[in-house]
Design a protein around this ligand. Structure first.
Ligand SMILES: [Zn+2]
Length: 247
C-alpha cells in the first residue's frame, strides 16, 4: 500500500529500501546492518551449527579466511582468541590444572622465575596474607583450647603417664633450664604468696615461665603453686577466695 503524501526520502532507513531498491545511503546501510546484527543475535545457535557443519565438510576455505582475518586484524584476532581461550579454560578447570602442571614440569626454570617475580611484585600483599592466616589459625586454636580445656589436660596427663620414662630426661632438662633462667631474676623468692599472685598462676593464657618472670618468683615456685591450685589445696584456694566452691 502506498501513501501518496510520502516522498521517496521517507523510506530511507528501512531494510526494504536497502534490499529491494538497493539504496546504499548511510541511513539505509546502518538500518540494514542493525537488522542483520539482530538476526544473527537471535539465531546464534543455528548459525554456529550450520558453520560447524560446513567447516567439517570443507575446512580449507574457512582456514584461509581465518588466516586472512588474522593478517588484516592482528590486534582484534589476538583479542578474540584470548577471549575464546579464557572462556574455554574457565569452563574446564580440571583440564586447565593438568595443563598448567604439565607445563610447569617441562619448564621448571621458567616456572621458578615467574614465581619469584610474582613474589617480588606482591611482597606486601603476601606478607599480609601470611599474617592474617597465622592470626586466623591461632584464633581457631585458642578457641579450640578454651572449649576443650579439660579434655586437653586429661589427654596430656595420659600421654605423660604412658611415656613418662622416655620423656623424663628432656622434662628434667627443661625444668632445670627454666628454673635457672627465672631464679636469676626472682626478687620475691621465699615471700608469702598474695591473692593476686595466685590468681595470675591460675590463668591459662600464659606459660608458667612467663608467670614466674612477671611475678619475680622461681619457675619451681610457680609450678608448685599451680599444682596446689589444681589439686584443690585449701590454703591456695583460700588465697583466691574459693574455699567454699572447691575443697
Ligand atoms: Zn537510502
Amino acid at each position: 500500500m502506498t501513501h501518496p503524501e510520502r516522498t521517496t526520502t521517507d523510506k530511507h532507513g528501512t531494510t526494504n529500501w536497502y534490499r529491494v531498491h538497493k539504496c546504499r545511503c548511510d541511513v539505509c546501510v546502518a538500518a540494514n546492518r542493525e537488522y542483520q546484527q539482530r538476526w544473527r543475535d537471535k539465531n546464534r545457535t543455528k548459525i554456529n551449527e550450520r558453520n560447524n557443519h560446513r567447516y567439517q565438510e570443507n575446512p580449507e576455505p574457512w582456514k584461509r579466511a581465518a588466516q586472512r582475518y588474522k593478517e588484516n586484524n592482528p590486534e582484534r584476532y589476538r583479542e578474540v582468541k584470548r577471549k575464546a581461550s579464557d572462556k574455554y579454560w574457565a569452563a574446564h578447570p580440571d583440564e586447565k590444572r593438568e595443563k598448567n602442571k604439565r607445563w610447569a614440569q617441562n619448564n621448571k626454570q621458567r616456572r621458578k622465575e615467574l614465581d619469584r617475580n610474582y613474589r617480588e611484585r606482591n611482597r606486601d600483599k603476601l606478607k599480609e596474607q601470611r599474617r592474617s592466616k597465622k592470626e586466623q589459625t591461632s584464633q581457631m586454636n585458642r578457641k579450640y583450647r578454651d572449649r576443650n580445656a579439660e579434655k586437653i589436660r586429661a589427654r596430656a596427663k595420659r600421654y605423660l603417664s604412658e611415656h613418662y620414662e622416655e620423656l623424663r630426661p628432656a622434662m628434667q632438662a627443661n625444668y632445670r633450664a627454666r628454673q635457672d633462667q627465672t631464679s636469676a631474676v626472682a626478687h620475691r623468692k621465699g615471700l608469702y604468696w598474695t591473692g593476686p599472685e595466685v590468681e595470675l598462676v591460675d590463668r591459662d593464657d600464659m606459660t608458667l615461665s612467663e608467670m614466674a618472670v612477671m611475678l619475680g618468683r622461681t619457675y619451681a615456685a610457680v609450678v608448685e603453686m599451680r599444682s596446689k591450685l589444681r589439686r584443690g589445696d585449701p590454703k591456695a584456694l583460700g588465697l583466691v577466695g574459693r574455699w567454699e566452691t572447691d575443697k
